[in-house]
Design a protein around this ligand. Structure first.
Ligand code: DGY
Length: 317
């Protein structure tokens, strides 16, 4: 019998599809992800693994699961939690969920940009603290969008969707793409000219701490930084110092390193830093579609078919 382990309860569309093809599977039902040991114990001997971005799947885990493993399917577009080279070396196709979360993530980047620029969370804290005594000409002033320059670092699907939204706000958009080599401007120019900088690169060896002290020092003092990609792309200590000294105006983070962010993180002391718990794709429709795509990848892999969305197609060569 085909053995499957799913590392968390995923939205119904995916579970229904899997059940249609493989009525029996093991599902991890606690709210918290399985620990590494639990993950290995539960998945030992399975043919298919459906995991989330909270599960670290490296070569050791793959070997512990065993040589019968036919497919690893992640309910995420980012796959930095999986050692892709190790999967490829073992001939295991890895599936992800591109496309379906583009709009939701671009919406989130824009929501964060607006919130940081117009100081919405800070203003709400101010009001709830009973500090609103009158309308004041200079109270909680923020930044304008019309005519401002938005610099997009990473011009893949999500970066392009953010650019589309910026056009509706009458912004000038420039971009730089360190991954694909496509670029309208070099990174220094982008940082020098942008009033808003939005990060949309995957986390790789090359992009780890791309946003560091040097990067931040090149930004304008009025600039707003938004990160909806991966926490590891940004050096949080450097960001703390840049925000604390008002070297840049504000930052808004959807992702942190580690996740969850420890509650004693100094970033949480800053009024000019917004942090939300990795919600870029958190809309009902988007999560349903991600679940469905992850299930389609899993089922295809188990049936020996090519995954509809495979990040290491070399396994088919
Ligand atoms: C992904 O799919 O990689 C996202 O970060 C989840 O929202």
């Amino acid at each position: 019998m085909t053995k499957i382990f799913i590392t968390r309860i995923i939205p119904d569309p995916g579970l229904v599809l899997i059940k249609e093809h493989f009525p029996h599977f093991d599902l991890w039902t606690p709210d918290l992800p399985p620990s590494r040991i639990e993950l290995i114990e539960q998945s030992r001997g399975v043919d298919g693994l459906l995991c989330l971005l909270t599960d670290k799947i490296d070569g050791e885990v793959m070997d512990a699961i065993g040589p019968q493993l036919k497919v690893i399917s992640s309910m995420s577009v980012g796959v930095d939690h999986i050692d892709i080279a190790a999967a490829t070396a073992r001939g295991i196709p890895v599936g992800n969920t591109p496309g379906v979360l583009t709009d939701a993530t671009a919406d989130q980047a824009f929501a964060l940009m607006l919130s940081a620029a117009r100081r919405i969370p800070e203003a709400e804290r101010f009001l709830r603290a009973g500090k609103w005594v009158t309308w004041q000409p200079s109270l909680l002033l923020g930044a304008d969008f019309a005519g401002a320059t938005l610099g997009i670092v990473g011009f893949g699907r999500i970066g392009q969707a953010v650019a589309k939204r910026a056009q509706g706000f009458d912004m000038r958009v420039i971009y730089h793409d360190p991954t694909h080599g496509a670029q309208s401007v070099d990174l220094d120019t982008l940082l020098r000219e942008s009033d808003f900088v939005s990060i949309h690169v995957p986390l790789t060896e090359k992009t780890k701490h791309l946003v560091n002290a040097k990067f931040l020092a090149k930004m304008k003092p009025n600039a707003v930084l938004v990160n909806t990609s991966r926490g590891g792309v940004l050096d949080q200590t450097a960001l703390y110092h840049a925000l604390k000294s008002n070297q840049i105006f504000a930052a808004a983070l959807d992702v942190t390193d580690p996740e969850p962010l420890p509650t004693d993180s100094p970033l949480l002391e800053l009024e000019n830093c917004i942090i939300v718990p990795h919600l870029g794709s958190a809309s009902k429709k988007t999560r349903d579609m991600m679940s469905l795509l992850a299930a389609q990848n899993l089922v295809a892999g188990l049936k020996g078919e090519r995954l509809p969305h495979c990040v290491n197609p070399q396994v088919y060569e």
